[in-house]
Structure formats: structure tokens, C-alpha cells
Design a binder for this molecule. Structure first.
Ligand code: RAM
Length: 330
């Protein structure tokens, strides 16, 4: 009897060992395009959250170029793969809505981060910071670049990106206030978050506005390309580039003098936080309701507003005093 009991126990143990490990929940991080250092850093944060939460697999995807059509194809493939959630930085607020609605109908949770999807196409949106704050920061950076005023041009990402468009609108309203009376916005151009196109657009600005004092690029791809154009065209000291950049990509340009200061939030934290929210939706701990306070894991908490948007921290300013240190982080 004793022997049989042991054998039975051993059999039960063997059976449980033979059970396949519980399949991990797949959560997709869909970015504007591949090859962008900002999103590479966000991916790192997403992996960090997945490791901390356990039982998650991050699928990182994005088109080669930042187009809505490329993202629609990706979302269709993710629906077929039965992912549990899709977190997307959208190349167009409207064009993604139908396919994201299809995902919702199949029980997939949908949220946007960085660049927003229209409200009826997602359950919530995570912004890196508040839009008016970013606009005011961009204006303050332009003032730092040209304290005496002068011509300012904007080199943006794609013309449909909700994040850049919101920040540019906020920059314009700040530039209309008295401290900026001597700063004149002369042009807004789009480099589509492509290095080559951004570089050419920056060269074009330098040519068509010989008195240009500042290029504000609210995109990590654009700011690096514009700084290189200013350097190559030997306009360092006459034209200053500023905006939103990664310390790792801007270090050389701060040292070279094309950039005095710039700002950004932590993209690793953004990727980490959006996966915390995606997992919350999957597990039911996040409902996606106006006024709801939601957990961003190690970062803390945030509250969804009436438009089901939540914002993270203030953008942080970098210059010669701190860019070195942070260039090792992101
Ligand atoms: C680029 C992308 C991204 C934006 C950053 C600041 O990498 O356009 O969406 O948030 O810049």
C-alpha cells in the first residue's frame, strides 16, 4: 500500500511536470517606424515591465517608414496572432480607427501612447507630458537659443502626427505672448521622421531663410538631422537647433555648438508605463474610465481625464552640464 501511494504521488508529480508552461500573454508595442532610437528606448522599457510583471511577451513592431498604411497591415497581423493588447504610437489619429475597432471586437485591448489615436479607436491614451507644458518648453528653448529674438522655423515629423501637431500648436500660442515679441515663426516643414528627408528640409530652411536664428525640431529624428545640416552648412554660431532630442544622439552636437540646449522625457519610462497600462487592461485592474487613477508600476500613478488621456512627467532640459551623463542612459 505504502509503495503504491509513493508510485501514485510520483505519477502525479510527473504529470504536473509534463503540463506545458502557461502560455505568456502577448502584448504588442506598435511604433511609428523602426530604426528610431526613441522607440528603441521605449522597447527597452516595455521589456523591463514585462520582466517585472511576468507571464508577458512583448511583440515589438513598426513599419519601415512612418505611415498609417504600414501600421494598419501590422495591426491586422497582430489580430491574427491573437495578441491580448495593442499599444500604438499612431502615424494618423483617424486612419487607424477602423482596424483598431476590429481588434476591440475580437477582444483585444487597445491603447495609444506618444502619438494619439482618436478617442473612439482606443480605450485610453498615455501622453509623455502635457501638451501645453511641452509647447511652453519648446518656446523657452527657442528663447535660450536666441535671447535677442529673430526668425524661428519648425522642422517636424509627419504632418499627421497628433503629438507633434499638438506641441506645435502649443508652441505657437506661447510664441504669441509678450516674452516672445521678438521671435517670429517663419516656417513649419516636415521631415517625416526620416533622417534624409529631415536633413534636406533643414538645408532648405537654411537656404530660404538666410536670417534664420533657430530651428525647433519637436522630434528626435528631426533635431539630430537639423543639427547635422547646420554643422555641414557651417552655420554653427548663427543658427541654433533645439527641440526634443535624445541625449545619446545630441551629445556631439552640444559639444560641436549647433545645439545649446534641448529637452525630452525618459522614453524608457514611457515604454515601461504603457505596458503597465496594457497589462492592467488585460487583467481588468485598469478599466479605462474618466477620473480613474491608474498604476504605472514603479513610476507611480496617473489619472485619466475626460478624454481618457493621462500624462506623465515634465520634459527635462539638457545642456552641456548634463548631456554627457544622460547620453549613457537614452
Ligand atoms: C520622434 C517621434 C516620437 C516623438 C519623439 C520626441 O522620435 O516622432 O513620436 O515623441 O520624436
Amino acid at each position: 500500500m505504502h509503495r503504491i501511494r509513493i508510485t501514485l504521488a510520483a505519477a502525479v508529480a510527473a504529470l504536473s511536470l509534463a503540463q506545458p508552461a502557461l502560455a505568456a500573454d502577448k502584448i504588442a508595442l506598435v511604433v511609428k517606424s523602426l530604426g528610431n532610437g526613441f522607440f528603441d528606448a521605449a522597447r527597452q522599457g516595455a521589456q523591463e515591465a514585462a520582466k517585472e510583471l511576468g507571464g508577458l511577451e512583448i511583440i515589438y513592431a513598426g513599419p519601415a517608414k512612418p505611415t498609417a498604411e504600414g501600421q494598419v497591415e501590422i495591426v491586422n497581423a497582430l489580430i491574427a496572432q491573437r495578441v491580448k493588447a495593442i499599444a500604438i504610437s499612431a502615424n494618423d489619429p483617424d486612419a487607424l480607427v477602423p482596424v483598431l475597432k476590429k481588434a476591440r471586437q475580437r477582444g483585444i485591448h487597445v491603447l495609444s501612447f506618444d502619438a494619439m489615436v482618436r478617442q473612439d479607436g482606443r480605450q485610453l491614451h498615455l501622453a509623455p507630458s502635457s501638451t501645453p507644458l511641452i509647447g511652453a518648453k519648446l518656446a523657452a528653448l527657442a528663447l535660450e537659443a536666441a535671447p535677442g529674438g529673430g526668425e524661428v522655423a519648425v522642422l517636424s515629423a509627419t504632418a499627421q502626427a497628433t503629438n507633434q501637431n499638438g506641441w506645435i500648436a502649443a508652441l505657437k500660442s506661447t510664441l504669441a505672448t509678450p516674452p516672445y515679441a521678438k521671435h517670429k515663426l517663419v516656417s513649419v516643414v516636415y521631415g517625416d521622421d526620416q533622417t534624409d528627408k529631415s536633413y534636406r528640409e533643414a538645408q532648405g530652411l537654411l537656404k530660404s531663410h538666410p536670417n534664420l536664428k533657430v530651428i525647433v525640431a519637436p522630434t528626435t529624428v528631426g533635431i539630430a538631422a537639423a543639427a547635422r545640416a547646420v554643422q555641414d552648412e557651417r552655420r554653427v554660431g548663427q543658427v541654433f537647433v533645439t527641440g526634443l532630442g535624445l541625449p545619446s544622439e545630441m551629445l556631439g552636437h552640444v559639444r560641436g555648438g549647433a545645439v545649446k540646449s534641448f529637452a525630452i522625457w525618459n522614453p524608457v519610462d514611457l515604454g515601461y508605463a504603457v505596458i503597465q497600462l496594457a497589462n492592467g487592461l488585460v487583467k481588468g485592474t485598469v478599466k479605462g474610465m474618466a477620473g480613474e487613477t491608474v498604476s504605472l508600476g514603479r513610476i507611480g500613478k496617473t489619472t485619466l481625464d475626460a478624454g481618457l488621456e493621462a500624462a506623465m512627467a515634465e520634459p527635462y532640459t539638457f545642456n552641456a552640464s548634463n548631456v554627457d551623463k544622460f547620453s549613457k542612459v537614452y
